[in-house]
Design a protein. Structure first.
Length: 271
C-alpha cells in the first residue's frame, strides 16, 4: 500500500513581508516535462494539480509512490531560486531582479493564461484536474496535452535565459517534441509553439507586458538545494486555480537586499 507524506504546513515570515508555506507532495504520474501531483497543505485541498517542469537540471520529480516536501511560493518568488546556483546568480547580479525577472514572469503568465485551454477543459475544479493523468497518453494528439506541453516547452526555454528581457526577438527559442511521437501531435505542438512566439513578439513590441496581470493562479513548488543534490527535487509550476494568486509584495525587495533564507528540507520517498 502506498504511504503518504505526512502533512507539515507552517508559515515562514520574513521581516513581516514574504511568506512561504510548506506543502506535502505525492506523485501521481509524469514524464520528464510535467504531470500530476497530489498536493496538501495551506491553500491546497489534497487533490490533484497539474504541474510543469521548470528546472531541467536532471533533478528528481515524484512518480507514483514517491513524495517530498517543498515550499509553495509565488511565481516571482520562485523564478530566481530553483536551485542554489540560480539564486547565487541573481544575488550576484541584483540588477536582473528589475531588468529581467518581472518581464519574464509576466510573459510566462500571459502564455499560461492564453494558451492553456481554460474555457474548454479546466473543468469544475478550475485547474484541469479532470484531465487524464496517465503519462503514457501525454504524447497523444489531444487538445489538452498538445497545449499543455507546448506551453511547458516555452517555460523551459525561458528558464535558460536568465538575463533575457527583450522579447521582441524570439529567435533563440527552440521547439522540442518532448514525449510526443504521433506526427499529428508533433505538428500541433509545433504550431502552438510557433504561434506563442509570434504572439509574444508582437505584444512585446508594443510594451504589452509592462503592465500585464495574470488572469489565473500559479504557484511554484520549490526545494532550494544545489542542482546536483539528491534532495533537490525538480521545481514545478503548479496550475493552482482559475482565479489569480496575488504575489507577495516583498519578493523583489528581499531578493534585492541580498537576504536569502535556506530552509532545511526533508525528503521522504514513500514505500
Amino acid at each position: 500500500m502506498r504511504s503518504k507524506v505526512f502533512i507539515i504546513s507552517f508559515a515562514l515570515l520574513l521581516s513581516g513581508i514574504a511568506k512561504a508555506d510548506i506543502i506535502a507532495i505525492n506523485g501521481v504520474d509524469r514524464d520528464g516535462y510535467g504531470g500530476v501531483y497530489e498536493v496538501a497543505g495551506t491553500g491546497f485541498d489534497g487533490g490533484r494539480y497539474w504541474w510543469m517542469c521548470i528546472e531541467p537540471n536532471g533533478s528528481n520529480s515524484a512518480g507514483s509512490g514517491q513524495g517530498f516536501l517543498a515550499d509553495a511560493v509565488g511565481f516571482y518568488d520562485g523564478w530566481d531560486q530553483q536551485n542554489t546556483e540560480r539564486l547565487d546568480f541573481y544575488t550576484n547580479n541584483p540588477g536582473h531582479y528589475l531588468s529581467a525577472l518581472p518581464t519574464q514572469v509576466r510573459v510566462m503568465e500571459y502564455v499560461l493564461d492564453t494558451y492553456l485551454p481554460w474555457t474548454t477543459l479546466a473543468g469544475p475544479s478550475g485547474r484541469f484536474a479532470e484531465q487524464d493523468a496517465t503519462a503514457s497518453l501525454y504524447g497523444n494528439d489531444d487538445p489538452f496535452y498538445n497545449a499543455f506541453f507546448a506551453v511547458q516547452n516555452f517555460l523551459s526555454e525561458t528558464y535558460g535565459k536568465t538575463t533575457k528581457s527583450d522579447f521582441t526577438d524570439m529567435s533563440d527559442y527552440s521547439f522540442f517534441a518532448g514525449s510526443a511521437t504521433d506526427p499529428n501531435s508533433i505538428a500541433a505542438r509545433s504550431s502552438i509553439f510557433s504561434t506563442i512566439l509570434a504572439d509574444v513578439e508582437a505584444k512585446a513590441a508594443v510594451n504589452f507586458f509592462d503592465t500585464y496581470t495574470a488572469e489565473h493562479g500559479y504557484l511554484i513548488a520549490n526545494t532550494l538545494m544545489p542542482s546536483g543534490d539528491i534532495d533537490n527535487w525538480q521545481d514545478a509550476l503548479l496550475i493552482y486555480s482559475l482565479a489569480p494568486v496575488p504575489e507577495p509584495s516583498g519578493a523583489l525587495l528581499i531578493a534585492c537586499t541580498g537576504l536569502a533564507v535556506m530552509l532545511r528540507r526533508m525528503r521522504r520517498v514513500a514505500a
